[in-house]
Design a protein around this ligand. Structure first.
Ligand code: NDP
Length: 342
């Protein structure tokens, strides 16, 4: 019995693969090139329980066919994490919307064609971006929960890359639920969505720490490289540690109670001020080198916008998440070690 993880070399997926291997699952991962696949296998010490397949471009609807043609009779669990998460794009449809949506449609269709009787559980890595209304995130009278959907339309979400990313996650997740509804008589699998907020925390391997990090960790990295007089970027959102997001993907397929559920993985709200407060307090090497702002004015101390209510998801998942201090401390210390500053 194998677990298939798409985009296995991604920031979140590497932590998922790590937990799966530690739990003795056989893992088949996908990466976009042979080089990336080999690097990942090497990083995991060429563990015999990890093998890789190459899936260069998920926009192609048959991108996963060869994986399920070859391994379909062996794969019981599918964790679909691959999806573009970047804002440095030139075409919203080509670079974000189409790969996200076709990625979901394509992988589910490949399961239908080659593994309809074997795959039992599919977990889609969706996002809180599919849940909340970005234009109303600052409205204190609102609550977003597992029932909420980003109201964007295909056209409206193309106004800028951030909206396009949020739209890509909404339309991709919707495509997953619709596919299951239309094919529930011909496929065996049950579906669960994991909807994380901003994911911070250490890279799985120190070798992945670079000058620029993956989109969410880059928020912390860029804050650590501001000058004291620089303006503090405005950002209000939810935070979660990558190790908890990875664990949520395992619980998502291990429990029957999570079938058909959207699991919002969030520990709490933050602003960049909260991150700065932690960096300034816990890292003497950053003192006087980064902005201080107005200590204690962030979202961990004050109600600044809409309420994120994920009580139901927390109950279903049933484990305690790391707090902001732990996730920021571990993110920052890995970066500072890479830079030789601690
Ligand atoms: P990464 O960029 O680290 O990982 C994304 C993975 O998807 C990589 O393996 C990437 O391959 C692959 N991928 C992207 N586009 C394509 C494509 N067109 N064809 C084939 N493969 C592709 O991001 P994260 O680990 O942060 O994100 C993983 C998932 O989690 C995504 O679905 C994202 O939307 C979701 N998510 C992330 C959050 C976060 O804060 N990090 C929050 C909420 C949801 P390659 O690296 O080779 O390009």
């Amino acid at each position: 019995m194998s677990v298939f993880v798409s985009g296995a070399n991604g920031f979140i997926a590497q932590h998922i693969v790590d937990l799966l291997l530690k739990d003795d699952y056989k893992v088949i991962g996908s990466a976009r090139s042979q080089e990336k696949a080999e690097n990942l296998m090497k990083a995991f010490g060429n563990n015999p329980n990890l093998s890789m397949e190459i899936v260069p471009e998920i926009s192609k609807l048959d991108a996963f066919d060869h994986v399920f043609q070859k391994h379909g009779k062996d794969i019981k669990i599918v964790l679909h994490t691959a999806s573009p998460f970047c804002f440095d794009i030139s075409d919203s449809e080509r670079d974000l919307l189409i790969p996200a949506v076709n990625g979901v449609k394509g992988i589910l269709n490949s399961i239908k064609k080659y593994a309809a009787d074997t795959v039992e559980r599919v977990v889609l890595t969706s996002s809180y971006a599919a849940v909340f209304d970005m234009a109303k995130e600052n409205d204190k009278s609102l609550t977003f929960n597992e029932e909420s959907w980003n109201p964007a339309t295909w056209e409206s979400c193309q106004s800028d890359p951030i909206n396009a990313y949020c739209g890509s996650k909404k339309f991709a997740e919707k495509a997953g639920w619709k596919f299951l509804e239309e094919n529930k008589d011909v496929v065996k699998f049950e579906l669960t969505a994991v909807n994380p907020v901003y994911v911070f925390g250490p890279q799985m391997f120190d070798r992945d720490v670079k000058k620029h990090l993956n989109t969410s960790c880059e928020l912390v990295n860029s804050l650590m490289h501001l000058s004291p007089e620089d303006k503090i970027p405005e950002l209000f959102g939810g935070y979660i540690d990558v190790r908890d997001v990875a664990k949520a993907h395992l619980v998502a397929f291990q429990k029957s109670e999570t079938i058909g559920q959207r699991l919002i993985v969030s520990e709490g709200r933050f602003t960049m001020q909260d991150v700065l407060d932690i960096l300034n307090e816990d890292f003497p090497v950053l003192k006087g080198k980064i902005p201080v702002g107005k200590e204690g004015s962030g979202a961990t101390h004050n109600t600044l916008g809409a309420t994120l209510d994920n009580k139901k998801s927390k109950e279903l998942l049933g484990f305690k998440f790391r707090n902001l201090k732990e996730t920021i401390d571990d993110t920052a210390s890995q970066i500072l070690k890479f830079e030789g500053r601690i």
